[in-house]
Design a protein around this ligand. Structure first.
Ligand code: FE2
Length: 289
């Protein structure tokens, strides 16, 4: 381990991980670990601690199958099946995200995954199957630091507000379905604008450009203005990190604290990723509801 790597080792942990932060705000690369190893269970508490400490953690050169990807993710909770997963797929927990000459990358906006669910995701684990020679980086923003950058008056205003999250904003067009069809299974959900992270207790801005439709109790104009202001907080480079993928890279991010943005700058090259998504809890502000 080099001098600028740190150890993640809470008292209850039995195993130390070598971690090198990418920026002071968010993200660390974790070394010397094989996520597909038979004894990976021993490392789970340390990996969970690193996730909470850094918001997103990265692993290189992971030679793992789809089944091993799922097995690893199951250590952190129940897995979700995404509505964009084709029916009758062998491993329904795997969401394949593939772009190339026929289709340009689409996730190039700031968001947290599946905030339209009643209990949005705890975290996502993304594995690079095929990457362009250059481009296709993913950016991550620490939305707790974004909250901390708000003025005390703005914090007070936002802490009392709730917003609606709607799956149809992105997936009606992509899945070629009417919003009502999607709403039968996934009705629009109300979540607090500022959520409390259930494990760290941090306050986090929890609205995003992809899925949030409006803030409740405000006029359309007021809601638009405030959402635009809150969305813009993710664009601050001082709360971000940027990850350059290689084949076999794995990123594990905490959807409860960070947002991400997948650059779509590699067209017509191919970029193929597989994601497994871990279910979370119902967001709350203050005390659990
Ligand atoms: Fe995403």
């Amino acid at each position: 381990m080099s001098q600028d790597q740190t150890m993640v080792a809470p008292a209850e942990m039995t195993l130390d991980l070598a971690a090198k932060p990418i920026t002071p705000a968010i993200g660390a690369e974790i070394f010397d670990i094989n996520l597909a190893a038979d004894d990976i269970a021993e490392s789970i508490p340390a990996i969970r601690a690193a996730l909470l400490k850094y918001g997103v953690i990265f692993f290189r050169d992971q030679d793992m199958s789809a089944e091993q990807h799922i097995t690893f993710a199951r250590h952190f909770g129940e897995l979700e099946v995404h509505p964009a997963t084709p029916k009758n797929q062998d491993n329904p927990e795997i969401l394949r995200i593939a772009y190339g000459a026929k289709k340009k990358g689409q996730e190039n906006f700031w968001h947290s995954d599946v905030t339209w669910r009643e209990k949005p995701s705890l975290g996502s684990i993304l594995r690079a199957i095929e990457v362009p020679e250059v481009g296709g980086d993913t950016l991550f923003a620490n939305m707790h630091l974004a909250y901390e950058n708000l003025s005390p008056e703005m914090k007070r205003l936002c802490e009392g507000l709730t917003a609606v999250h709607d799956v149809a904003r992105v997936f009606a067009k992509r899945l070629n379905k009417r919003p009502e069809e999607l709403h039968d299974q996934y009705p629009p959900m109300t979540h607090p604008v500022i959520r409390t992270h259930p494990e760290t207790g941090q306050s986090v801005i929890y609205v995003n450009t992809a899925f949030t439709s409006h803030i409740e109790g405000m006029s359309k104009e007021e809601s638009r203005w405030l959402l635009d202001h809150l969305y813009a907080t993710a664009a601050n480079p001082e709360i971000q990190c940027r990850f350059r993928w290689e084949k076999g890279s794995v990123a594990f991010w905490d959807n409860r604290v960070c947002q991400h943005n997948a650059t779509s700058d590699y067209f017509p090259a191919r970029r193929v990723m597989e994601r497994v998504t871990i279910a979370g809890c119902r967001p709350y502000f203050g005390r659990p509801r």
